[in-house]
Structure formats: structure tokens, C-alpha cells
Design a protein around this ligand. Structure first.
Ligand code: BES
Ligand code: ZN
Length: 617
């Protein structure tokens, strides 16, 4: 790849030397991209007009994607497409030739469209198919209110091409307008300016005037209501969820204020959250102006709302300053975890922030251990050639990325680090950054001016976690561990010692059971704290993991685990539990559950578990 870039640079240099009149830029604007067929340096999309019909009976989206393009004298433009039926293509309103290339399991197909040097627009008439991976069509039973169907999309990392033909690389930014027709009893919302009420005819019009990367295109359709938290924040949910969502997320405005105080103005005007049905494959997805969220964060006591801080933080790290390629994914997630923890600290204090950071620290430990045979996967900068970008989406990017930034902060001091980050977001707003670009910026703007020697390359390009890592300490967690050991040693539980505990302390307590814990200990804990029936999804999930690890079958826990896995499609939860079955040689048990739960999963969750359990449909 490097040789090719060098050759290209030489070529450009030769040309510009030969032609004195034209001083052309010497480097191509877009870097090489492993996960898209697009050739944006030749011809690139700038704006999308999307006009689609959402057909719940046939479970397809049908319509036209029209692009305004910027053409560098090319005679073709290449889009990405996957599992789409392309009916016809126009260039400036005239039918034109197109070709769909060979199908690749990860990337889909190149859609090559013939254009002329002065073509300004191309329009693709298309339909999604039953294989389209971005979409999950839900029947009424899979929703909260159980009366209407639901549809949502998930674009990250490379799934947008499976519901819209597009140049699907994070480096490419587009503005968009959309007209979406849905059944009149439903409401449509997008990662754009949104309606607050249903229309009579089921037609919705959207505009996204800030340029966004294609993975952030998003649509949800359902029987939705809106409730404002403040003028610029609020929640969408089904009727039976709207009040719960509203009170759980009542600190949204405060979070936006805290974030702005840290790293500069919120650039997207509105910050809303939509609570989706429980099969949504992520905790949250930072679709601009409208974060998509799992209902499993609604615990009733705001204890899991760091997720909202996380998705909000992506409005800077990710949506405003975007990883150039998926190899640079840590720039999105590592910065976002750092920012999330800072927002939580600003709102709720250092104790809470450090507990969140330490839970991540433990995730990182487990992830590094899990990759002991593939140490190169523990580098921040990845090489995902021939891999699905999803393979890089694990705790390394999040928690090693976080630890790197926290260690930097502690080395240079918070004041300097905050000023640096604020400048970084401002300088790179609405553009993309490579890992190398970030390191340059870091050296020039923080390390060199302050004469600080820091092992940046070791953190970024080497596996494992460097020695000079920030030490994160939590008195609350140390106390929880002490009490856990006391309960085990005494063979008795004293509930008065845990009465003020937060969710994070419970999670820590449960995750840190010693290997030697007995069934009697687990029974005793369950009797005292009823973990098996916890309404807090995170506590329930880590308890179920321990039940699987330690062969605990009391309190009807097996039934609860099965129900949980059938209802919830959040990939992190689901994969943690199936991984536990696998680790403990219980693949048959896992498969028996998976056969029932798989129909409720979005393709990203199903793909992960298929591979983990060696499941073939
Ligand atoms: N952008 C991610 C979700 C994602 C990552 C989707 C990679 C597709 C590919 C989102 O911001 C995220 O990180 N979600 C986390 C929550 C978080 C609090 C760590 C999740 O879903 O658990
Ligand atoms: Zn994230």
C-alpha cells in the first residue's frame, strides 16, 4: 500500500513539474480505503436526495437515491451496493449504463456507473431485498406496545450500502434530504431534522445540512411519540416507554452543557434519543441529532445513563472528527470513552467516573487475555485487510484508547490536555483523521511545545498495554471487594453493608467472584440480593455470566437467562453470555437457546454469534 502511495505521489509530482501553469495539489484528498469500492479521488458524491417508500408488507424499501457529484474528469463513478436490486440508473436525467461487480462477502458489490466528464447528478432506482443486512423489520410482538410493526437501520460500520447504494467510506461526507413514505399510523425519524408529530399521510421530509459520513445515515419507523427534555434535547419512544425514557434521560440537557464546557459548542443543534425495541444490537448508536438506544439502559434509577454521555460525546469524536478508515476506529471510540468519562465526572463526580473507567479497565484485561494468540489485534491501529471492520470493534479501541488518553492527560496535566483536545476538535471539525494525522497533531501541538517525551508509538502500534499506564483507583470498588471476601469467608451475608451501593459496585462485586466460589455462596447471594431477577440489565447480565461459569441453577436462573437472550439483542450482552457457555464447554446448551433467540437478532448480532458457536442456518 505504501509503495503505491509513493508511486502516486511521484506521478503527481512529475506531472506538476512538467506543467508550470497548473500547480495542482500533490496528494490525493482521500486515503486508500480497504472497505469501499469507491474511487473518490476520481468522482465523489456530495449530496444525496433520497426518495423512498417503506413497505412493511413486502419488507422492502423501494426508491431512488439521487446524488450531486463532484467529478474530476472521470467517465465513471463507483458506488458500494450489497444485496440491492438496481432497476435503472440515470446521469443528469438520462438513462445510463451501469454494472454490478463480483460479490464479496464483506464488501458487497461495486456499482460502476457510466458518466461523462460534465455529469452533475446520478440517480439510482433500487430496492432492498430480504438479505439486506442494515434493516431489522420487527413484528408487533417484538415491540414495546405490541400493536404495530417497527423498522430500524444500523449503518456502522459498512452496512449503509445494504439499504442505500452509496460511497460507503467514512472519509466521504454528504449532506442529505429525504422523503420517506410509511404507513400512515407510523412515524419516521432519521439522523436529520425530525418531526415531532405524525403526519396524516405518512410522508416525512428530512434535511441533514451538515455533511456526515455514510455510516451515520439512519432511519427508524414505528408508532412513536416525542417528549422534550429541554428545547434542544428530548426522547422518542413507543407510548408505553415514553415517560420512563423521559425521566431516565432527564439529565440530557445538563450533559450537553457539560460537554460544551469541555470541548466546544455542540454543532448539530438538536440532540434527541430514540428508545428502540430490545433487539437493537447496540447499547447506543450515535446517529447525528438522533442517538439510537437500547431499552436495556432504562434501569429506573439513571444508573446506566453513561451510555447517553457516550453517544453524545460522539457528536465531537466520531461525527465531527471522524476516523478516516476503520483501521483508525480507536480514534472514534477511545476519544469517546475518554469524553464520556469526563462528562460523567462533571455531572456526578470523580467516584462515579472512576468506577466507569475501572469497569472498562477490567474489560480491557479480559480482551487482552482473549487475544493472547492474536496479539496484533490488541494494537490501537489495526490492519483489517481482508477482515470485516466488525472484527476490530472490541474493548481494545474503547478501553485501551481510553487508557492511552487518560495516561496522556495525567502526564501533561488536565488543563493543557483539555485545551489540546478542544483545539483538535475545532481544527478537524467536519473532516476525517488518520492515526498518523493524529500523532502528527499531537506531537506538534502538545508534546513538542511542552518538551514531553511520551511513548506514543508503543501505545498505538504495539500490542498489549504499556507499563506507563494511568493507575485508576476506586475506594468504592476496593470496599466492594473487601465485603465480597468477607461474605465468602463468613459464609454469611450482611445486607446492611451494601445498602447504599450503586449499580457499578454491584457489577464489580459480581464480576470479581473468586474462581473457587461455591454453589452455596451463590445461593446465599441470590437469596439476599435476588440477582437472578434484577431489573437492572447490566447486573443481570454479569450475574448470568457467573451462573454459567459456576454451574449455578438456583432460583430458576436458567429460564431467566433464556428469556433474556430471546428478548434482548444487544450484542455486547448476548455475546458475553454465549461466550461463557462456550468457554465452559456448554455449546449444546448455547445452541438450544440460540435456535430460539436468533430470529429476534439483527444481522450484526446474529453474525457474531453464528461465528462464535459455529452455527449454520
Ligand atoms: N458506535 C458505537 C456502536 C458501534 C460500534 C456500532 C461499532 C457498530 C460498530 C457506539 O457508540 C457504542 O460504542 N456503543 C456501545 C455503548 C458504549 C457505552 C460503550 C454499546 O453498544 O455497547
Ligand atoms: Zn461509541
Amino acid at each position: 500500500m505504501k509503495t503505491r502511495t509513493l508511486l502516486y505521489a511521484l506521478l503527481v509530482l512529475t506531472f506538476s513539474c512538467n506543467d508550470d501553469k497548473k500547480a495542482e495539489p500533490t496528494t490525493p484528498k482521500y486515503v486508500e480505503e480497504l472497505h469501499s469500492y469507491a474511487k473518490p479521488n476520481a468522482s465523489v458524491i456530495k449530496h444525496l436526495d433520497l426518495n423512498i417508500d417503506v413497505d412493511f408488507d413486502k419488507q422492502i424499501i423501494d426508491g431512488v437515491a439521487s446524488y450531486t457529484i463532484e467529478n474530476n474528469n472521470a467517465t465513471e463513478i463507483v458506488l458500494d451496493a450489497k444485496f440491492l436490486n438496481i432497476a435503472s440508473v440515470e446521469a443528469d436525467g438520462q438513462n445510463t449504463e451501469f454494472e454490478l461487480g463480483a460479490f464479496d462477502e464483506q464488501l458487497g458489490q461495486a456499482l460502476t456507473i457510466k458518466i461523462s466528464e460534465d455529469t452533475k447528478t446520478v440517480a439510482v432506482h433500487y430496492q432492498t431485498t430480504s438479505k439486506t443486512e442494515a434493516l431489522q423489520w420487527l413484528n408487533p410482538q417484538q415491540t414495546a406496545d405490541k400493536t404495530h410493526p417497527f423498522l430500524f437501520t444500523q449503518g456502522q460500520a459498512i452496512l449503509t450500502r445494504s439499504w442505500i447504494p452509496i460511497q460507503d467510506s467514512p472519509q466521504i461526507r454528504i449532506t442529505y434530504n429525504a422523503t420517506v413514505k410509511v404507513p400512515s399510523e407510523l412515524m419516521a425519524v432519521m439522523s436529520a431534522q425530525n418531526p415531532k408529530q405524525k403526519t396524516a399521510d405518512g410522508v416525512y421530509k428530512f434535511t441533514m445540512k451538515q455533511p456526515i459520513s455514510p455510516y451515520l445515515m439512519a432511519l427508524a419507523v414505528g408508532d412513536l411519540e416525542y417528549k422534550a427534555v429541554s428545547q434542544r434535547t428530548g426522547v422518542y419512544a413507543e407510548k408505553s416507554m415514553i415517560d420512563k425514557a423521559h425521566s431516565e434521560f432527564s439529565d440530557m440537557e445538563k450533559m450537553v452543557v457539560a460537554a460544551e464546557n469541555l470541548y466546544g459548542a455542540y454543532d448539530w443543534e438538536q440532540f434527541d434519543v430514540i428508545v428502540l425495541p430490545p433487539s437493537f444490537p447496540f447499547g447506543g448508536m450515535e446517529n447525528p441529532r438522533l442517538t439510537f438506544a437500547t431499552p436495556t439502559v432504562i434501569a429506573g434509577d439513571k444508573s446506566l445513563t453513561s451510555l447517553i454521555a457516550h453517544e453524545l460525546a460522539h457528536s465531537w469524536s466520531g461525527n465531527l472528527v471522524t476516523n478516516a478508515t476503520w483501521n483508525d476506529f480507536w480514534l472514534n471510540e477511545g476519544f469517546t470513552v475518554y469524553f464520556e468519562v469526563r462528562i460523567m465526572e462533571a455531572l456526578y463526580g470523580k467516584d462515579r467516573a472512576n468506577m466507569i473507567a475501572l469497569i472498562g479497565r477490567q474489560d480491557l484485561e479480559e480482551e487482552v487475555e482473549g487475544f493472547k494468540d492474536e496479539p496484533e489485534m490488541t494494537k490501537l491501529k489495526l490492519d483489517l485487510s481482508d477482515k470485516n471492520p466488525d472484527d476490530g470493534m472490541n474493548s481494545i479501541a474503547y478501553d485501551k484508547g481510553y487508557l492511552f488518553l487518560r495516561t496522556l492527560e495525567e502526564t501533561v496535566g488536565r488543563e493543557k490536555f483539555d485545551a489540546f483536545l478542544k483545539g483538535y476538535f475545532k481544527t478537524n471539525a467536519f473532516s476525517t483523521v488518520t492515526t498518523e494525522g493524529f500523532i502528527d497533531y499531537l506531537n506538534t501541538n502538545l508534546l513538542e511545545p511542552n518538551s514531553i517525551d511520551f511513548n506514543v508509538n508503543e501505545w498505538v502500534y504495539e500490542s498489549g498495554v504499556p507499563e506507563n499506564q494511568a493507575k485508576i483507583v476506586s475506594d468504592k470498588f476496593n470496599n466492594a471487594e473487601r465485603i465480597l471476601n468477607e461474605f465468602i469467608a463468613n459464609k454469611a451475608v450482611d445486607v446492611s453493608k451494601t445498602k447504599d451501593w450503586t449499580t457499578q459496585e454491584w457489577v464489580y462485586f459480581i464480576r470479581n467472584f473468586p474462581e473457587t466460589i461455591t454453589t452455596e455462596d451463590l445461593e446465599r447471594f441470590d437469596k439476599a440480593f435476588n440477582f437472578t431477577n434484577s431489573s437492572n440489565s447490566h447486573i443481570a447480565m454479569v450475574w448470568y455470566e457467573q451462573a454459567i461459569n459456576h454451574d449455578y441453577h438456583g432460583n430458576n436462573v436458567d429460564q431467566n437467562i433464556e428469556d433474556f437472550l430471546i428478548r434482548v439483542g444487544r450484542r455486547w450482552y448476548v455475546s458475553t453470555l454465549f461466550k461463557a457457555y462456550k468457554r465452559n464447554d456448554k455449546v449444546d446448551e448455547a445452541l438450544a437457546i440460540y435456535k430460539k433467540s436468533r430470529p429476534n437478532y439483527h444481522s450484526v448480532t446474529a453474525n457474531t454469534i453464528d461465528e462464535m458457536l459455529g452455527y449454520n442456518e
